[in-house]
Design a protein. Structure first.
Length: 233
């Protein structure tokens, strides 16, 4: 059981500050959601956590380990799984090959696809030899989560897993994330614009606006009018 702490991070793109003093506590075995409109800094937060973009200030701690300047592949080996925005499936590789790209982050004797991937997403098993690019958006999202599961993450971070996906598959994805929390001991952080999905599956919710955390607390205590005010364009 591993927690993830984001502590007082600042992140810049050139002179533009995208994140200001952002702190997020993801407790072990809980689902934490960061909600916010387009462009408020959600993806930047995940790119700081995964090490794709360096932070100018603050620290990120995975379990007991401060990540410092560790490269993304090292973070993956330490147990950090990442499902990027837009899924980043390889369109010309098969479903099986896409899943196997996760092997790069793990040691030789773990190089297999866990049964749980096919139990959670049976459609992947039936489409193993199809090209990634032939899958629907929802199937690609399931494949992206399956690929992250291949790396046996202790902490899984997901960038807008419901984006562009039909409601029935959103429900499947919500159930899958709850299964990973409840039965595989994963700590989950997701960023989203879809309030109802977060209220349904998250334990803790943070609201982000203009690069800053504006509000946080247990999902059961959400001040809905305040949250909707931050989510309005
Ligand atoms: N590579 C980059 N170079 C310069 N500015 C960037 C870059 N990536 C993001 N930004 C800017 O940083 C701010 C935060 O963007 P970010 O993508 O983190 O927001 P977001 O909340 O994830 O939005 P979205 O839902 O559109 O992905 C925005 O003003 C955006 O234009």
């Amino acid at each position: 059981m591993t927690s993830l702490s984001v502590r007082n991070i600042d992140l810049f793109y050139g002179a533009a500050q995208a994140l200001k003093n952002v702190s997020i506590e993801c407790q072990s075995n809980r689902i934490t959601a960061v909600l916010g409109r387009n462009g408020v800094g959600k993806s930047s937060t995940l790119r700081a956590i995964t090490g794709i973009n360096p932070v100018a200030r603050g620290e990120i701690v995975l379990g007991e380990t401060t990540l410092g300047r560790a490269a993304p592949y090292r973070r993956a080996r330490m147990g950090l799984g990442y499902v990027p925005q837009g899924r980043e499936i390889f369109p010309l590789l098969t479903v099986r090959e896409n899943l196997e790209t996760g092997f790069a982050a793990i040691s030789n004797h773990d190089r297999n696809v866990p049964d749980a991937v096919y139990e959670l997403f049976p459609v992947l098993k039936s489409m193993l030899n199809r090209r990634g690019g032939d899958l629907s958006g929802g199937q690609q999202q399931q494949l992206a989560i399956g690929r992250a599961m291949v790396t046996r993450p202790k902490v899984l971070v997901l960038d807008e897993p419901t984006e562009g996906i039909q409601p029935s598959i959103i429900k499947d994805i919500g159930r899958a994330l709850q299964f990973l929390r409840d039965h595989m001991g994963m700590t989950i952080l997701l960023v989203e614009q879809y309030l109802d999905f977060c209220r349904e599956i998250a334990d803790d919710i943070y609201i982000m606006d203009r690069g800053e955390i504006q509000h946080s607390g247990p999902a059961s205590d959400l001040d809905l009018p305040e949250v909707r005010r931050h989510l309005m364009v």
